[in-house]
Write a protein that binds this ligand. Structure first.
Ligand code: TYM
Length: 366
């Protein structure tokens, strides 16, 4: 297993990741504390999709003491947006609505230019625009959300980034991100740029502002180094809530834009969605006869997980699980259910993407 902000390989053992990264599992006590303030506990919490954290209990303490926190999340615009990206964002919107807090959304066009040898800035800028439409389509509160694009807003980020960069050595960056002597020097500075928004709200508001970052656990290396230097700079350490990865529609690995045939993009046409899901790997047996005899394996089935995370309540999902295990549910039924629900979802999402075209200025940091 190898998990970095740029690639996720192998079978993911989340317990091991929590141990290696030094994070905490979200337990029932913490869920109860969130529930106390929320109208409902989000399904992505109830199903354990968001499973790990750092200092989330502290964020709730602060909230209860009347200290409003800020949410911070982001996107590296290297391609179109797939369903894996938007799950953490849907959850971020839930947090924004529940706690009535501001959100800073960073778009790291610089990172994706520096990291990808084959991409020029024109291509990255095109995806920056397209991805911003997706971000707005999620429905974040206009008056409480600011999108920040690194190359456009560098004047806001740079003063904090150099304070951060000055306190982190090359050997720390090498050890944290696996960089080596062949890594370009832009990438070596970049972690300070992704760390800067953790502290920007404190600058905006002229007080110490707690910061909570919802994201998949692949982004965690950035927060480890940021937490190490936060108090030296006089800021609070940023807190995190980490999600698992949405699997791709292939046999292994997370959904990733670099394997487009196993990812469902918000821009995909209906036929594409049908094709991709029809060809998806499943947890089913090789033949219907074996399926009836042995039952399927929903644990290893991306179709099952998509239905569970995105479209079904717990009762329907549990029923599906039991029927699959018993061998009475053929894979094509689950695929059809997923195709139908995904098509409806994407159709509506595309409508909201269109509307977003007129809203960009309102969401952008001035
Ligand atoms: P990026 O563009 O790789 O990913 C955007 C967000 O999607 C999450 N993610 C996934 N979540 C579930 N399943 C998947 N298959 C999956 N693939 C990606 C990522 O964890 C992330 O939350 N460097 C960042 C951009 C960034 C950022 C941030 C992200 C800047 N500041 C603060 C999170 C929080 C990046 O390239 O993300």
């Amino acid at each position: 297993m190898r998990v970095t902000p740029w690639s996720v390989e192998g079978e993911i053992d989340y317990n091991k990741l929590v141990r290696e990264f030094g994070t905490m599992m979200i337990n029932d006590e913490l869920l109860a504390r969130i529930k106390k303030h929320a109208r409902y506990l989000h399904p992505l919490l109830r199903t354990g999709y968001f499973f790990s954290h750092r200092d989330l209990d502290w964020i709730i303490d602060k909230y209860e003491e009347g200290e409003r926190f800020y949410l911070y999340t982001g996107r590296g615009p290297s391609g179109n947006i797939h369903l894996g990206h938007i799950l953490p964002w849907i959850f971020t919107k839930y947090l924004q609505d529940t706690f009535n807090v501001n959100l800073l959304f960073q778009v790291t066009d610089d990172e994706k230019f520096l990291y990808n040898d084959d991409k020029d800035m024109d291509e990255i800028s095109k995806y920056t625009y397209e991805n911003i439409l997706d971000i707005i389509a999620i429905g974040f509160r206009k008056e409480k959300t600011k999108i920040i694009v690194d190359t456009k807003h560098i004047d806001r980020l740079y003063p904090i980034a150099i304070e951060i960069a000055k306190r982190i050595t090359f050997s720390t960056i090498k050890a944290t991100f696996g960089f080596n002597n062949a890594t370009n020097i832009g990438m070596i500075l970049f972690p300070a740029i992704q760390a800067a928004p953790c502290f920007l709200p404190s600058k905006f508001e002229g007080r110490l502002v707690p910061c909570l970052i919802p994201a998949a656990i692949d982004q965690d290396p950035y927060w480890r180094i940021t937490r190490d230097i936060a108090t030296k700079l006089g800021y609070y350490k940023p807190a995190q809530i980490h999600s698992r990865f949405v699997p791709g529609l292939g046999m292994h690995g997370k959904m990733s834009s670099s394997i487009p045939e196993t990812a469902i993009f918000t821009t995909d046409e209906e036929d594409k969605i049908k094709d991709k899901i029809s060809n998806s790997f499943t947890g089913g047996q090789a033949t219907m006869k074996l399926q009836k005899m042995l039952g399927g394996n929903p644990e290893n089935c991306p179709v099952f997980w998509y239905l569970k995370y995105m479209f079904e309540d717990e009762k329907s999902s549990d029923d599906r699980y039991i029927k699959c295990r018993s061998g009475s549910l053929p894979c094509y039924e689950c695929k059809h259910a997923l195709i139908d629900k995904t098509i409806i979802f994407i159709k509506d999402f595309k409508r909201r993407r269109e509307e977003a075209k007129n809203l960009i200025d309102e969401y952008m940091l001035e």
